[in-house]
Design a protein around this ligand. Structure first.
Ligand SMILES: [Zn+2]
Length: 264
């Protein structure tokens, strides 16, 4: 099948890029693509992602059964399948151990600061999925609660995982995630990880909404077209003006009066 070959070559290409970027060591990391509702192409276990060839790529179904290919699929396949199961809109998943992001995952620090406009708009916040033993159901279970509202997670004491509308998208999210972690680390050395103001983040989130980009934003600012069309929630820092307070008091009083009238 011509498209299948095309996808296999794309996986090999991204494999080379993650290896060249130093996002993985030795045979680490894994990549997958959804080719239809219940069929997926995935990288094999025990092979360097820097030297993949199309015939090494395996086809599996949604339960992880091998449909085609001579190699064994990655032992971390379960977390890829969980993402596809939970997010029918997702077409590709990338898992690597990029040094800065992995250091944050080890330190237990999520990437949720509003430090750069690009990461606010493009990446959103990246939480930490609780530690699980690789290859067991623990990792998929930990990812489940974050997969709907984010574009990726840090895997505690392990690495990072991103998902996207196609493989290039998932890979670029990973580049952006690692870049954000690196800048965050450098600014921390300067004691200068100053965040953007709430007002600036709100403006960026409006921009992000117009661009149709999803995923949670820092400082509690929500996109209106978020994955579940979440409301804009009041921020941690926002204080009510006197005018707001007066209005609330007036409305509450009015509704109490209306309730009381029923009994008079
Ligand atoms: Zn891993």
């Amino acid at each position: 099948m011509i498209t299948e070959i095309k996808y296999k070559k794309q996986i090999c290409d991204i494999g080379r890029r993650i290896y060249d970027k130093g996002f993985v060591a030795a045979n680490d990391g894994n990549i997958s693509i959804r080719i239809n509702e219940n069929e997926f192409l995935i990288t094999p276990t025990g092979v360097s992602k820097g030297t993949l060839t199309p015939e090494m790529i395996i086809k599996v179904d949604g339960q992880g059964n091998v449909l085609d290919g001579d190699y064994r699929p990655t032992s971390e396949m379960k977390m890829h399948l969980l993402v596809y199961q939970e997010r029918p809109d997702i077409q590709a998943v990338v898992h690597v151990h990029p040094p800065y992001a992995t250091a944050f995952a080890i330190a237990g620090i999520p990437l949720d600061q509003a430090i750069m406009p690009e990461s606010v708009v493009y990446l959103g916040t990246i939480p930490i999925a609780e530690y699980g033993t690789p290859s067991t159901a623990e990792i998929p279970n930990a990812i489940r609660k974050y997969v709907h509202e984010h574009q990726g997670v840090l895997l505690e004491n392990h690495g990072a995982l991103t998902w996207g509308k196609d493989l290039e998208h998932a890979y670029f999210l990973m580049e952006s995630l690692e870049f954000t972690a690196k800048i965050n680390w450098i600014t921390k050395q300067l004691n200068g990880d100053r965040e953007l103001s709430k007002k600036h983040v709100q403006t960026l989130v409006e921009l992000k909404t117009k661009m149709g980009i999803k995923g949670k934003s820092p400082l509690g600012v929500e996109t209106q077209n978020g994955l579940h069309a979440e409301k804009i929630t009041p921020s941690r820092e926002r204080s009510l003006s006197e005018q707001d307070l007066n209005l609330i008091v007036e409305r509450v009083s009015q509704s109490i009066m209306n309730e009381l009238k029923k009994y008079l």
